[in-house]
Design a protein around this ligand. Sequence first.
Ligand code: DAH
Length: 376
Amino acid sequence: MGFEKFDFFWYFKILYRNFGKKSISFSTFCNVKTSPRQVSQVFQKAQSAFAAVEDLESLALFEQTFLGKKGEIALLRKSLKELSPEEKQILGPEIQKGFEVISSQAEAFRTKHASKALMAQLEKDWIDVTKTEAFSRGAIHPMAQLQRRIEQIFTSMGFDIADGPEVETEWYNFDALNVPGTHPARDMQDTFWVTHDQKDAQKNVVLRTQTSNVQIHWMQKYGAPLRMIAPGRVYRNEDVDMTHDATFYQVEGMMVDKHISLAHLKGAIETMLAEVFEKDIKVRIRPGYFPFVEPGLEVDIWFEYVDKNGQEQAQWLEFMGAGMTHPEVLRNGGIDPNIYSGFAFGFGLTRLAMLKHGIDDIRLLSSQKKDFLQQF
Ligand code: DAH
């Protein structure tokens, strides 16, 4: 680049001023840093550096080099100090203008880059929601399907869906249900104890062995009359095999009102079974023992199925425990047994799912085997 007219003029101006004042040495004159030519060189350099900016990282470097506190433009500004007021008046605004141009270029790049990055992300994330066949579909787990169905059936009979803690005190899981510490029935259910060393049953903690604990909570909370089912998870300290798991699901049921009898219980169970199996199911009631009901009952169902050889089979199967709620249990729930009576039942939801779908290994239900689960 040649020596331009304007620069020539500028040098003469400075020369004239300095020599006119006779106050400046030649070396100081040579030291004069800032001229319009130098200013425009800095801005030219900035422009070609900006052309090479291609991402946020190189933009940051660019900004540091030109716009930063110790950048090229800051240096230009600093060197203005050495100039006369008239020179400052010309070069000052020039530098400021250049600074603003570069700043807004950098800002525009940043905005554009951000929206470009967003567009690229959107492009990458784009899916055609109408193309469902491209995805493998999930499904509701067979246990959840059955639980929902049972909840529908009982809700239609005016029952509430109840819920209670899985980590429970010894008192709610046993004592309140008429199973004191010395009672042999405690051995019927192998218990996972969380704490076992307290004298007070209200303080010891267990993983609930049965959903029956919800009976007490619900009676205490809502009193009589009451209709509820409580589906939920229970825990038993058992060895796992085809028919036993250390955790499985039960459904508890309870109805408390004036003049409740076994007829109500039988009606509710038969209705549920007919709905679940979509046909009438024969039910047999035998005496059974559960400390929280008196009389206590075992309910069997007449179960018809097709075996592995394609033969039609039928047999009585134990299905649930039930009975008329023991007066002591009503009292523990805060309900007067002289006024109210109730029935209660409890069955294995997991077992019902196995019966309904002909599943012979309980472990499949807690597995994540997709080819198994996709059948339902
Ligand atoms: N809780 C009992 C169990 O886990 C089942 C049961 C039996 C529940 C009789 C009841 C009942 O409500 O009345 O084996």
